[in-house]
Design a protein around this ligand. Structure first.
Ligand SMILES: [Zn+2]
Length: 286
C-alpha cells in the first residue's frame, strides 16, 4: 500500500512515498506562502516530484485549522496567505483522481508519534503534544483515541499564555507562540548574547546566561502545561518540532522546572508525514 504523504508548512512542502509505514522517496519544495496560487503550486510541485502509478491515496498534514472530515482548510494564519477555504479533497480528486486524507499538522505529528515513534513507550497514556517550531501547534490523545478538536487554533494550537503579553502576528497578545516557539526561544538566546539555536548546547556547557534562559523556558512550559491540563488532562507532555530536537539531554532540566512528565518526539521531521500516512487507517478517503 503506497501513499503519497505531504507535510505542508509555511516554510516548505515536504513529501514522501510511504509504504507500510516506511518512508521511501522524499521531495521538498519551498512554500510560496504569499498567495493561494503560490501554495497550490508548491503543493503540486512536491506531489509531481513523487507521483507514480502505484500511489493509492494522497495524505496531507497541513498547517492551519483543517477539518479532517471534509478535508478543507477552515482557517489559515497569515503564514499561509489566502488558504482559508481550500478543499484538499477536491484538489486531489480533480488532479490525480485519488482519495485524499487531510488533517492539521500537529494532529498528524502526534498521530505519527503514537503509532511509530515516542508514543510506543506509553501507548495508553493521555498525551498532550506541543510542536515547537517556527510556530506552535498542539494535539491531544486521550488514552484511547486522538481528539481533533484539540488541534484547532483556538485550543492547543494557539492559546494565550500571558494576558496582555507580547503582541503576536495573529493580532492577539501573549500567545504561546511568542514564548515557546523556536523563533521566540532563539530571540531570547540572541538577546542574551548566545547564538541562535545554541541555547541548549550552551546550557550543557554550563554557560550561566543559558542556565537562566533554560529555567525561564521551563517556567513558561510549566505555565503552558497548567493551561493545557485544565481542558485536556494529560500524563505525558510530548514536545516536538525544532526546539525539541535541540533540547536533547537538557530534558531533565526542563522537567525539573516544569514538574510534569515530559518526553521528546522521536520522529523528528518525519512525524507529520507518518501521521498523514496513518490518517488513511483511521477512516475512508474523500
Ligand atoms: Zn497569536
Amino acid at each position: 500500500m503506497i501513499r503519497l504523504c505531504i507535510d505542508l508548512g509555511a516554510t516548505a512542502v515536504k513529501g514522501a512515498l510511504v509504504e507500510d509505514g516506511q518512508i521511501r522517496n522524499t521531495a521538498k519544495t519551498p512554500t510560496m506562502h504569499d498567495s493561494r496560487e503560490g501554495i497550490v503550486r508548491s503543493l503540486s510541485d512536491t506531489i509531481g516530484a513523487l507521483f507514480c502509478p502505484e500511489v493509492q491515496a494522497v495524505c496531507i498534514a497541513s498547517a492551519g485549522d483543517i477539518d479532517e472530515k471534509t478535508r478543507t482548510c477552515v482557517s489559515a494564519t497569515g503564514n499561509l496567505q489566502g488558504f482559508t477555504g481550500f478543499d484538499f479533497a477536491e484538489f486531489v480528486r480533480e488532479r490525480y483522481s485519488l482519495p485524499c486524507f487531510a488533517a492539521n499538522d500537529a494532529y498528524c505529528a502526534l498521530l505519527g508519534e503514537m503509532k511509530y515513534g515516542a508514543g510506543r513507550s506509553f501507548p495508553s497514556a493521555r498525551v498532550a503534544m506541543l510542536t515547537l517550531g517556527s510556530g506552535v501547534g498542539g494535539a491531544y490523545f486521550d488514552g484511547a483515541r486522538m481528539r481533533p478538536e484539540a488541534s484547532n487554533s483556538q485550543k492547543l494550537g494557539h492559546f494565550i499564555l500571558h494576558e496582555n503579553g507580547t503582541p503576536c502576528n495573529c493580532g492577539k497578545r501573549g500567545c504561546i507562540e511568542q514564548y515557546l516557539s523556536g523563533r521566540a526561544i532563539n530571540r531570547l538566546a540572541r538577546a542574551n548574547g548566545l547564538e541562535s539555536d545554541g541555547l541548549f548546547s550552551a546550557y550543557r556547557e554550563g554557560e550561566p546566561s543559558a542556565v537562566q534562559i533554560v529555567k525561564e523556558v521551563g517556567e513558561e512550559l510549566a505555565l503552558a502545561a497548567e493551561i493545557i491540563d485544565e481542558r485536556f488532562p494529560f500524563e505525558v507532555l510530548l514536545l516536538g518540532g525544532g526546539v525539541a530536537e535541540s533540547v536533547g539531554e537538557s530534558l531533565p532540566a526542563l522537567q525539573h522546572v516544569c514538574k510534569r512528565r515530559l518526553a521528546l518526539a522521536a520522529l523528528g521531521n518525519c512525524a507529520g508525514i507518518l501521521g498523514a500516512y496513518a490518517l488513511a487507517e483511521e477512516g475512508s478517503g474523500l
